[in-house]
Design a protein around this ligand. Structure first.
Ligand code: IVH
Length: 697
């Protein structure tokens, strides 16, 4: 790209037009279709180049150029809402020196001699989408997106179903007209859960929590919004009949008092050093926060000073957004591999040249499915931009086609299973191609076995992934039943040397790396699981879509395996469909599982080996913890997380993964992180491990 200093006027004009077009296209993809194709860093770079060219050639500014535009015009399906006070955006900075420029220009503008006379409100920049909520006489009457800043989309019904938004304000000092503004977001945990669900239902997955939030909020049917878990923070205001606060921090306090959520990390700072320290601190915390943030917003706190500072064209002079460097990197795709999962799904995985992305070494990225490879035209040998958003699995953002080797070839997705050679087919409307080999496919069989012995299923220690693969490949364990007959078969081999010589098998004690003790431990581990709870047994079967939560629901509803199995063998789904949380698609998978003769045979043989306990809901609903919601955080000393959870459930309590206003207790172990902080901010009772155990007595 030509250096800006060397641009001629003509070139500058062409370049400004190009950037304007590109950004308009990117804006529509991002704001209207919730499906961006540029990364944030690429978009910021374009914006910056535009600003620099405009600064050098002010006469060339395009009337409707990117510097005058915010967001994108509203989608036509939604009603329109005119913003009485425009919803503006903020200028961006990316470095400490730019931060110093900002604080010194604020001071200069106000005629201050030194840097330390100003109070700033420093706030995490939530990576969601902005909203405005209007209250008249304490009643929520209208909700809107930002749209182009002047006109937004009417999302009143959608905002109503977000639990963080109060619908009535009862405090006596609420102004007659009050518009609060802030950010709607989806937590990382809720995003992962939603994507897992989309994947299970063969729907398109969202690229990141922001897109998921946008896609969930801008639904014409608010019922869909309601199903998705959205949250929000308030950070500013629009039209207000009587501004009863004198500073940003007073505003934040007021809205908190009125029942709105504000970010617990908002801080007051006084100097640029303070601001920089806060920026560095949050950059470290970033990965542990339950939601994505993409920088810090610094605002001059005092409203009188804000008024004196006023606005530039479209951004305030009294505030700026300091962006975190993007957690992105360039690397090369060494290979594209196809993994075959438990249910036969063929998942493409890219093996990458290992690379450090925001402190984590990344060497693989999922490519989701064949359409995704086609859409992004990803090929072996390509140089790609990869991105890690919070805890989320690394993704390939796009291919740098200009770096593509001349002899590169389009990736052909196999139509046969790479593990067993069976046909791999795609059902209509499905994104996934599946191997039709069933259990004759070694990959599926091994994955099913691994699932069967996994922690939440039979939990057999000593049968890890590697050993399971070895045992399968050597014919020692081919089905779950073989696990329970292994001891007997091994004894026969050991005691009857001739039998061993006959078919070449060796008994386990003589395997390399195994001894008497380890074999004994393995058989103990297996025998300890001959008695198994009903939910674990159902989960262990590995029925498509039936996870631990569903297994528990089924167990509670049927109480015995026999009752459940009898209905399934008759394909009688009435009782199953009564369960809240189990839908038609899942029922279909369950019935199909039982209809398969092989599965029936294995189940019958398994039942000869193991004893599935009937499900008795033994929770003590009269305990002090009954009905309470508990969150565990940090490392516990006297029990594992799983034990603690089981204990809480047995007391009739509910266990949640993140702290919210609905949390009753946070049980804090060693090295507790952001959840403990959040609990303090929300005033949730914090218990030590000992206090919790006491309450369980
Ligand atoms: S203040 C006039 N505060 O960042 C100032 N914005 O370009 C209005 N954002 O559109 C915005 N967290 O969507 C403000 N604590 C925060 C924010 C925040 C996220 C978003 C917002 C805005 C964009 C700035």
């Amino acid at each position: 790209m030509t250096d800006i200093d060397n641009l001629t006027v003509e070139e500058a004009l062409t370049e400004l037009k190009r950037i304007s077009k590109e950004m308009a296209k990117a804006d529509i993809a991002y704001y209207q279709n919730d499906d961006p194709y540029l990364t944030d860093a690429e978009y910021d770079a374009l914006k910056r180049r535009n600003e620099l060219i405009e600064a050098k050639f002010p006469e060339l500014k395009i009337a409707d150029g990117p510097s005058k535009r915010i967001g994108a015009a509203v989608k036509s399906e939604f009603g329109k809402v005119e913003h009485k006070i425009p919803m503006l955006s903020l200028g961006d900075i990316f470095s400490e020196s730019e931060l110093l420029d900002f604080t010194s220009s604020v001071n200069r503008f106000l005629g201050n001699e030194t840097d330390n006379q100003i109070t700033y409100s420093a706030e995490p920049k939530i990576d969601g989408l902005s909203f405005s909520a209007r209250y008249e006489h304490g009643k929520f009457v209208k909700g809107a997106t930002r749209g182009d800043g002047k006109t937004g989309e009417d999302i009143t019904e959608n905002l109503k179903v977000i639990k963080d938004l109060p619908l009535t304000l009862s405090a006596s000092d609420v102004p007659d007209v009050l518009e609060v503004r802030g950010e709607v977001y989806m937590s990382k945990a809720d995003f992962l859960e939603l994507n897992a669900k989309c994947e299970a239902e063969h729907k398109k997955v969202f690229a990141n929590p922001r897109n998921a939030a946008a896609g969930s909020l801008r639904q014409l049917d608010a019922n869909i919004t309601k199903e998705r878990k959205l949250s929000l923070f308030v950070y500013t205001w629009g039209d207000v009949s009587d501004i009863v606060w004198k500073s940003q921090s007073e505003f934040l306090q007021k809205v908190r008092d009125w029942g709105f959520k504000t970010n617990p990390y908002n801080r007051i700072c006084h100097t640029s050093t303070d601001l920089m320290n806060y920026f560095n601190y949050l950059q470290e915390e970033r990965a542990d926060l339950p939601y994505d943030i993409d920088g810090i917003v610094y605002k001059v706190d005092d409203l009188a000073l804000q008024n004196r500072l006023g606005f530039l064209t479209r951004t305030p002079r009294w505030a700026i957004a300091h962006k975190f460097p993007a957690e992105q990197a360039f690397t090369k795709i060494n290979n594209i591999r196809i993994q075959v999962g438990r249910t036969g799904a063929l998942t493409p995985v890219a093996d990458l040249e290992p690379i450090n992305v925001g402190g984590v070494i990344v060497s693989h990225a999922t490519l989701h499915n064949e359409d995704e490879i086609k859409r992004k035209d990803i090929r072996i040998g390509d140089t790609v931009v990869i991105q890690r958003a919070g805890d989320v699995i690394p993704q390939i953002v796009r291919v740098l086609t200009e770096k593509r080797p001349a002899d590169s070839q389009e990736f052909i997705f196999p139509h046969t299973c790479p593990m067993c050679g069976a046909h791999a087919i795609r059902e209509e409307d499905e994104a996934v191609r599946r191997c039709t080999g069933g259990l004759t496919c070694p990959a599926q069989a091994i994955e099913r076995l691994k699932h069967f012995v996994s922690r939440e299923a039979f939990d057999i220690e000593g049968l890890g992934a590697k050993i399971m693969e070895e045992f399968y490949n050597e014919g020692i364990i081919k089905t779950p039943v073989d696990i329970f007959t292994l001891e007997k078969r091994n004894r026969r081999l050991r005691d009857d040397l001739f039998a061993a010589i006959d078919d070449g098998s060796i008994y386990l004690e003589s395997r390399e790396g195994w001894g008497k003790k380890s074999v004994e431990n393995l058989f103990n581990a297996i025998n300890n699981r001959r008695k198994i709870s009903l939910p674990r047994f159902i989960y262990a079967l590995g029925i498509r879509q039936v996870g631990t939560a569903t297994s528990l629901l089924i167990a509670k509803h049927f109480s015995s395996f026999n009752a459940f199995e009898q209905d399934m063998l008759k394909s009688d789904t009435a009782k199953l469909l009564e369960i809240d949380g189990i839908g038609e698609a899942m029922v279909k998978d369950i019935v199909e599982f039982f209809a398969e003769e092989h599965n029936q045979r294995i189940i019958q043989k398994l039942l000869e080996q193991v004893n599935v306990e009937d499900f008795v809901d033994t929770a003590d609903y009269s305990s002090d913890l009954a009905g309470k919601t508990i969150v565990f955080t940090g490392t516990l000393e006297q029990m594992t997380r799983a034990e603690a959870k089981a204990k809480a459930l047995s007391m009739g309590a509910k266990v949640a993964g993140s702290v919210s206003k609905n949390t009753d207790y946070v049980v804090m172990g060693a090295d507790a992180g952001s959840k403990a902080t959040k609990a303090q901010e929300l005033g949730v009772t914090i218990l030590s491990e000992a206090e919790f155990l006491n309450m369980c007595q």
